[in-house]
Design a protein around this ligand. Sequence first.
Ligand code: ADP
Length: 485
Amino acid sequence: MHPDLSPAGNALLARTLAYGKRADVAATFAVHNPADGSFIGDVADMGAPETQRAIDAAKAAFPAWAARTARERADILRAWFRLILENQEALAEILTLEQGKPRAEALGEIVFGANFIEWFAEEGKRLYGDIVPTHAPDKRCLVLKQPIGVVGAITPWNFPSSMITRKVSPALAAGCTIVVKPAEDTPLSAIALQLLAEEAGFPEGVMNIVTAKRAEAVAGVLTASPDVRKLSFTGSTRVGKILMRQCADTVKKLSLELGGNSPFIVFDDADLDAAVAGAMATKFRNAGQACVATNRIYVQSGVRAAFVEKLRAAMEDLPVGPGLEADTRIGPLINPAAVAKVQELVGDALGKGAEAVLGGTPHPRGGLFFAPTLLVDVRADMAIASTEIFGPVAAVYGFETEAEVIAAANDTPYGLAAFLWTRDIGRVFRVGEALEYGMVAVNETLTSNPATPFGGVKESGLGREGSRYGLEDFVEIKYLALGGI
Ligand code: ADP
């Protein structure tokens, strides 16, 4: 029994841990609570043989799953969706326990992730092909959309539940089967989802979870296997590039959701209160550990002082603490390496002339907590300008002109999300179109939703998740040519 969990949370955690052990796998690894380093439980540490078994199971399950009607697949997906909603509080507690984010955010993630399942269950029914006007009287040209086959998915720890449902639900709705390797820091949320998927009635082998302490062996088998026809990865650009190279030999289809370096641009004419609220939401959600998190805040000179003062006031009393404590807004970072990296970035910026208006150090609570930090006078030559911070650090830069800020915002290999605050409609189009990003949010904070395409350009990735484009990422297009008519 875990003292901070509800009876329902404890019951689901016990089932999750029991399921995650796997009788046929001897090795295990420990999962810890980042809020206090305490031990939560052990789960199976799988390697190459278990990965191959999962691929074989997914391959065996594929023909029958692909042959079902979209309606039949949707019925099971919807059953999974309902089970997740029924267990949302317990799933959120498990998520917070292993990942650290505040309980309210965890609950938001569970529901957000579940919504993809419901949406793709429906969208799978609309996976239309085409009949192309013929080029000869005795011929007909048909375009079929068929499921790709077995999909491999590798997911991160920062959104350990929704990054799985966002991949699994379009894959299964399209008729693919899947092998998922969750992040080593957060395997429990993945196992709990698998448990509920089985309860929902997915046939054996349709969805498979491979938990592992070290990703390499599992990823090596997934990427080398000719039976895995697509890899969908969310994580760092560094690992994305490794996986892309590894997939070359079998010419696998790839979806990559990689790192970001989001600019957040505030023009003189912006609604400053709305912009500050937007900065708070996009910077501090998940303690800044999101690929779309605001990374560089550019504020035009006319409102810089006012914006910084409002942001400082909003940040001043942010409650920092364990995610399971009632008032917490900022939880711990995921592991010691994350804290060290944030500290190094802040130290480099301060050393080169930035000023810390707030914070600048690990939080007095110790452990993996970092103090909400507001840096001003940040410049492009500081490491923090070109690195994903992944921590609760707001870095403010100055600018004078539209052209200058567009150039600065685009001066990065990343291109995931950008935020723009202005009330000038002409500027919305000029700047919105000039920003080299897959997603541009204007006067809003860009919460992803199932109906809209999420993804980046440049080194932020390939493909889109969510929306009809996200479903199309799991099909092959086949041209069926008929003659002799
Ligand atoms: P982050 O920086 O967010 O931890 P990573 O890219 O390191 O991102 O991790 C995302 C996912 O990629 C996790 O599931 C992790 O286990 C996995 N991973 C890490 N290193 C490798 C690797 N060399 N090959 C394949 N997968 C990896």
